[in-house]
Design a protein around this ligand. Structure first.
Ligand code: SDX
Length: 436
C-alpha cells in the first residue's frame, strides 16, 4: 500500500538558516494530512525528534480512524456506537480483517472457520504446568501466546497469504481458550474445553466459569455484555501495543511472536493495565467523601498519582467507548445484583467532579475505555488480574489486522528509528590503574 494513494499536490517546506527543503504532503480520507519527511536526513543531515510520537504518523492504514477532538472511533469507517449496538464481535473481526461487513453467508463461514480452531495443542496444558499457580495471568498469556509459534509451523510463513489468514484465524480463536486456561490455572480449577456450538462470548464465559461438578447455565445478558466489551476493545489505531506488534512484524518475526510482544506492551498501567489500576484506585478511594483528597493528589505536580482510567493521548473529548462501557456497567451490575456497588457510586461521583474541575477541563482529561471496564468485569466475576487479559483477547484481532496490513504493504520496511545523541564525544580507553 502506498501513501500516495491520494493526489499529493501539496508540498511542505522546512527552512533552517539559508537552506530549505521541500517534502510531499499526503491527504488522509479524513483526519490530518501528513508530511513525508522520509528524505529529511538524506537531504539535510538532520533527524526529526518526537519522543512519544505525539506528532508522528508511523504508517498508512485503512483500518481504524479516531478523531480525538470529536470523540469519534470508526472501524473501517463504521462508527463504534453502531457496531456495538447492532453487531457482534466475530462480525467486527471480519470487518477489521477484510474491510467490509460480511454477508450472512460470509459471516456463517467465518464463524465456522474460527470455531474450527478454538482448541489449543494438548501439549499446551503441560506448558502451563511450568508456571507458579499465582503467576500473573498476563505473564502466562505473554508466554503461552509466544509458545504458539512452537506448535503451528504451518502458519508462520508470513510471505504466504493463506498462512497469514490461518494465523489470523488461529489467534482470534485461541486467545479466549488460552485466557480461560490462564484463569483456571490461577484459581486451581481444571481447564474447560471450548464448546463450538456456543457463540464466541458464551463459549469464553463457559470456559472461565464452568466447573465439572455442575451444569453451566449461560447468562445471555452477561454474554452480550462480554461480546460488546470485546467489540469496544478490538482495535484503536496506532496505540502503544499495536505499534509494538507492527515494529516486531517489520523484522519478519512470526505472527504469534508479534502478538506476544503486543501483549507484553499492553500490560503496562499507562496502557491496557489501566483497567486493573483504575479498579484498585476506586477501591483505594473507597467512599465518595474521599474523592476530593484524590483529585487534589492528581492535580499536584509533585505527586505522581494519576486518576487511572482518565486521560488519553488522542481523545481530548469523551472516549466514545467509555460511554458504551458505562452503559454496559449499569446492565451488568443490575443483572448480577450489584446495582448498589459502592465502587460504581465512587466512579460516577468521581467522573462528575472531575468533568467540572478546571484542571481536568484545561488538560482535556476525560474518562477513557478503562474507567468503567474494571467495575463491569469485577461484577461478572473476574479477578482484577484478568482485566488486562480480557483486553488482550479483544485486541488480538486489531493487532493481527494491523500486522497483516503492514506485511501486505509493498512499501513496508523494517522499522528502525534514530536518536538525538547527547552522550560523551569520542574519548580513549583509560586503563583501570589510572582510573580515579
Ligand atoms: C489505553 O493509545 C491508545 O489508544 C490506548 C488505548 C487503546 O485502546 O489502545 O485507548 C487504551 O491505554 C487508554 C489509556 C489508559 N491509561 C490510563 O488511564 C492511565 C492514566 N492516564 C495517563 O497516564 C495518561 O493520560 C495517558 C498515558 C493515557 C496519556 O498520556 P500522554 O498523552 O503522554 O499525556 P501526559 O502524560 O503528557 O499528560 C498530559 C498532562 C500532564 O500534565 P502536565 O505535564 O501537562 O502538567 O495531563 C496530566 C499529566 O500530568 N494527566 C493527568 C492524567 N493523565 C494526564 N493528570 C491526572 N490524572 C490523569 N489520569
Amino acid at each position: 500500500m502506498d501513501a500516495k494513494t491520494g493526489t499529493n499536490t501539496k508540498t511542505g517546506t522546512l527552512t533552517v538558516g539559508d537552506k530549505s527543503w521541500s517534502f510531499p504532503i499526503y491527504p488522509g480520507t479524513i483526519g490530518p494530512d501528513v508530511i513525508d519527511i522520509g528524505k529529511l536526513y538524506a537531504q539535510s543531515g538532520m533527524f526529526t525528534f518526537d519522543p512519544g510520537f505525539t506528532s508522528t504518523g508511523a504508517c498508512e492504514s485503512k483500518i481504524t480512524y479516531i478523531d480525538g477532538d470529536e470523540g469519534v472511533l470508526l472501524y473501517r469507517g463504521v462508527p463504534i456506537e453502531q457496531i456495538a449496538e447492532h453487531g457482534d464481535f466475530l462480525e467486527t473481526c471480519y470487518l477489521l480483517l477484510y474491510g467490509e461487513l460480511p454477508t450472512a453467508t460470509q459471516k456463517a463461514d467465518f464463524d465456522y472457520r474460527v470455531n474450527r480452531h478454538t482448541m489449543v495443542h494438548e501439549q499446551m496444558s503441560r506448558f502451563f504446568q511450568g508456571f507458579r499457580r499465582d503467576a500473573h495471568p498476563m505473564a502466562v498469556m505473554t508466554g503461552s501466546v509466544g509458545a504458539l509459534s512452537a506448535f503451528y509451523h504451518d502458519s508462520t510463513d508470513i510471505t504466504d497469504p493463506t498462512q497469514r489468514m490461518i494465523a489470523s484465524i488461529r489467534m482470534i480463536a485461541k486467545m479466549p481458550t488460552l485466557a480461560a486456561m490462564a484463569y483456571k490455572y490461577n484459581i486451581g480449577q481444571p481447564f474447560v474445553y471450548p464448546q463450538n456450538d456456543l457463540d464466541y462470548a458464551t463459549n469464553f464465559l463457559r470456559m472461565c466459569f464452568a466447573v465439572p461438578a455442575e451444569e453451566y447455565k449461560p447468562n445471555p445478558v452477561l454474554a452480550r455484555a462480554m461480546d460488546r466489551i470485546f467489540i469496544l476493545h478490538a482495535d484503536h489505531e496506532q496505540n502503544a501495543s499495536t505499534s509494538t506488534v507492527r515494529l516486531a512484524g517489520s523484522t519478519g518475526a512470526n505472527p504469534f511472536a508479534c502478538i506476544a510482544a503486543g501483549i507484553a506492551a499492553l500490560w503496562g498501567p499507562a496502557h491496557g493495565g489501566a483497567n486493573e489500576a483504575a479498579l484498585k484506585m476506586l477501591g483505594e478511594i473507597g467512599t465518595v467523601d474521599r474523592i476530593p483528597e484524590f483529585i487534589k493528589r492528581a492535580k499536584d505536580p509533585k505527586d505522581n498519582f494519576r486518576l487511572m482510567g482518565f486521560g488519553h493521548r488522542v481523545y481530548k473529548n469523551y472516549d466514545p467507548r467509555a460511554k458504551l462501557m458505562q452503559k454496559t456497567a449499569h446492565e451488568v451490575l443490575s443483572e448480577t445484583g450489584h446495582r448498589d456497588d459502592p465502587l460504581l457510586q465512587v466512579a460516577l461521583e468521581l467522573e462528575k467532579i472531575a468533568l467540572h474541575d478546571e484542571y481536568f477541563i484545561e488538560k482535556k482529561l476525560y474518562p477513557n475505555v478503562d474507567f468503567y471496564s474494571g467495575i463491569t468485569l469485577k461484577a461478572m466475576g473476574f479477578p482484577t488480574t484478568m482485566f488486562t487479559v480480557l483486553f488482550a483477547v479483544a485486541r488480538a484481532v486489531g493487532w493481527i489486522a494491523q500486522w497483516k496490513e503492514m506485511i501486505e504493504d509493498p512499501g513496508q520496511r523494517i522499522g528502525r528509528p534514530r536518536q538525538l545523541y547527547t552522550g560523551e564525544a569520542k574519548r580513549d580507553y583509560t586503563p583501570i590503574s589510572r582510573r580515579k
